[in-house]
Design a protein around this ligand. Structure first.
Ligand code: ATP
Ligand code: MG
Length: 427
């Protein structure tokens, strides 16, 4: 990772709440727990030696139980809270070294915050709420009206400019909060439990909208939540906090497949992993033949050696061309000068590396051959055997809900029942 691609870097950060906080450091060194330290000193360990980097244009989620230090961390980023020790670099600049003016500038122009309870001014219209930050930054009237209108349009609130916050639903009020944060076009958005106060349905909708917006805006977003599903859905990477410490940082897939400890495992155990684990983690290396270089003879030998009944065909750049079965290859071999292209099947099942395996099940059940996995350039990067998909889905489906396979099997079983039996069963 190039330094240029790091939006925020936190180094060895500590925040101790309470009097004479320096007393706490020797105790932390001895490995004393947060509870012990509170008992002994009356100080609360808010952040305990946290280090992480937030990459430009990623959604970086901070997750953890209540009291684990999430809000304290995000507030140290713009120094709403002063860390006790450690460094915070934003775009390479040390925020601890900034004077008042520089801090004000940082908060107004570089990173904006969206709060859990919206934080709107009740006596101002929607438009005036969105303009607020620009107003205090002394942006002139015409420009700020334009910027506010643009931001409101971005969040789908065009037409509500003259409403008051109390006239809007929770979801709409949070859109105003988001528009206000976006009005300055900041590089970084800090969102502390921004969707936690919303009804589940609205919350899901806001998550979708944020992802859609992010697809166009490419901001750097630090998003705090204690909800694992939200973290998995929104996060490019997730940092998990416990008692002020960062215990694991990884992609959603890494967190699910390789939890660092019991605490993380407890978080993830009830998740339906098939919705997050992707084709890339269950694929295996794809044996191939390359055209025009390889002919039927090479294909037959390769399949014999592998003990497989088919093989994928690629071109010199590894673009997927099709699939050749052993029977067709043998026949071609008998014909003098038979070309692989003439018998190759071009209708093969293809999936992409980032497809969740829950979505592969239907395909795997219908396929006669392994599934081909391609990357963004349509190059073949692996194959997945049908049995692997089924095994994964069976093993890793959520514990409470039936897995897609179980549902499918149930549906099959119902269809198999003879009509009379069905009548008996239901009477
Ligand atoms: N101003 C403060 N004074 C004293 N202790 C504080 C203060 N702010 C936070 N704390 C303590 O620091 C720890 C971390 O709190 P923080 O608010 O960062 O947790 P959180 O992960 O955001 O929790 P939640 O999910 O409930 O919002 C907690 O033990 C909390 O009691
Ligand atoms: Mg909090």
């Amino acid at each position: 990772m190039n330094d240029h691609d790091v939006a925020i870097e936190v180094r060895d950060l500590f925040k101790i709440f309470g009097p004479q906080s320096e007393r706490v450091f020797p105790l932390l060194k001895q490995g004393k727990s947060k509870e012990d330290i509170l008992d002994k000193t009356g100080c609360t360990v808010g952040i305990n030696n946290a280090s992480f980097k937030v990459h430009r244009r990623e959604v970086f989620v901070v997750m953890g139980l209540s009291g684990s230090g999430k809000s304290t961390v995000i507030r140290c980023l713009n120094r709403l809270i002063n860390p006790t020790r450690g460094q915070v670099l934003v775009g390479g600049n040390d925020v601890m070294k900034m004077d008042r003016d520089e801090l004000v500038k940082l908060r107004r122009a570089k990173m904006s915050m969206v709060f859990q309870h919206f934080g709107l001014l009740p006596h101002r219209t929607v438009q005036a709420n969105v303009e607020y930050g620009l107003e205090v930054s002394k942006v002139d009237k015409g420009e700020r009206a334009q910027k506010a209108a643009d931001a409101l349009e971005l969040v789908g609130l065009k037409g509500y400019e003259h409403s008051y916050p109390s006239e809007l639903s929770g979801g709409m009020q949070q859109r105003v909060g988001l528009a206000r944060a976006l009005a300055n076009d900041p590089e970084i958005l800090l969102m502390d439990e921004a969707f936690s106060a919303l009804d589940p349905l609205i919350r899901t909708q806001m998550q979708d909208e944020l992802l859609e917006l992010q697809g166009r805006m490419h901001k750097t977003i630090v998003f705090i939540t204690h909800d694992l599903d939200e973290a998995l859905k929104l996060g490019d990477r997730i940092a998990i906090m416990k008692a002020g410490a960062v215990v694991q940082i990884g992609s959603p897939e890494e967190i699910l497949t390789r939890p660092a400890n019991e605490y993380v495992r407890n978080f993830v155990q009830n998740v339906d992993r098939t919705k997050v684990i992707t084709a890339s983690s269950i694929m295996r290396k794809a044996p191939v033949i390359t055209i025009p270089k390889d002919g039927p003879r090479v294909a037959v030998r390769a399949m014999e050696k592998l003990g497989s009944s088919s093989i994928f065909v690629v071109d010199a750049e590894r673009h997927l061309q099709g699939l050749l079965t052993i029977d067709d290859a043998i026949e071609l071999e008998k014909k003098q000068g038979g070309k692989v292209e003439s018998r190759m099947l071009s209708e093969v099942y293809v999936t992409t590396v980032d497809t969740p395996i829950s979505s592969l099940l239907a395909t795997a059940l219908g396929a006669k051959f392994p599934l081909a996995v391609t990357n963004q350039e349509q190059k073949l990067v692996g194959i997945i055997d049908r049995a692997t998909v089924m095994a994964e889905v069976l093993e890793n489906g959520g514990e409470n809900e039936p897995t897609p396979l179980e549902e499918y099997q149930k549906a099959l079983a119902e269809d198999d029942q003879p009509e009379e039996e069905k009548a008996v069963a239901s009477s």
